[in-house]
Ligand binder design. Sequence first.
Ligand code: HEC
Ligand code: HEC
Length: 270
Amino acid sequence: MTPTRSMMMVTLGCLVTGGLLLAQEQRSLTLPPGQNPHLGNPESIRSGMALYRFRCADCHGLDASGYRGPDLVAAVAGGATDERLFQTIRKGVPGTEMPPTEAPDNDLLLIIAYLHSVGTVTATERPTGNVENGAKLFSSQCASCHRVAGRGGRIGPDLTRVGIARSRTALVREIRTPSEFVAPNYETVTLVTKDGQRIRGAKKNEDVFSIQVMDTRERIQGFLKSNLQDVVYEKVSLMPEYGPGRLNDNDLNDLVGYLSTLRGADMAVR
Ligand code: HEC
Ligand code: HEC
């Protein structure tokens, strides 16, 4: 049920029973087991928003429309059940940046009530653009460094399910200004050997004594630091910037539209 509809039903309930208090009482009494008691309650929604901003906004955006993490407004509008949301928030998504939490059950329910309340203004994040053109752009400009469903290069991260993992906002920023956020495990380093040879690549491993990189030809190279003259940690991504001169806004839109369709094993279903 959409929050506006459940609000309407509460309002209707008020009219029918002739009093706000009575209606609220009735509502909590008639709540089916397993339902979130905070849905549609303005005070709960405010608390949920505060919790959300503190615990989730860094990754999912201040208004839950997604940043590093996916658009949660779209997830709720897309029909994610409260039970599934609850489990995902509780357990996180193993192998991704989405962390598990030990916060009390009630905090999670408050956050979910908040997510429902923002769920009315959606559809902005649905795939748009010419996906076919996006796919063409991807194979000509990006596939040399990125794998999708087993094909492509390995210098950048595998993008097979990037449409689930990242919001459109994050995708646009990543393409226009990749150095703004460099994914862990893809930090750029240049190693300078004792004989002055320079090896530039993505850092895969490092401890006090050794360092391992993947160079730009996808070769993994390991070194003892004692054999190196210098290790230069760079702030820039190995991924080139695709400014408007290189990729115009229409093409960017098509490309992001294509990336949004990359949903891993779920691809056929969605
Ligand atoms: C450190 C970043 C980070 C934080 C903090 C974080 N998330 Fe996530 N979240 C992610 C990422 C990344 C994913 C996508 C995981 C994947 O690849 O499937 C995700 C996925 C999700 C999903 C699944 C979305 C879907 O479409 O199924 C939900 C729901 C979610 N997060 C809710 C939350 C809530 C609520 C909080 C705060 C309590 C939170 N997350 C905190 C990064 C984060
Ligand atoms: C020269 C290799 C290279 C090319 C070409 C390249 N990328 Fe990347 N890309 C990378 C590397 C390395 C990273 C990881 C570092 C970072 O986050 O900036 C990355 C990161 C990304 C990410 C973030 C992935 C994540 O998990 O957050 C996206 C999205 C992305 N690239 C899309 C593209 C698209 C779209 C193109 C083509 C327009 C492209 N890349 C071209 C190397 C490349």
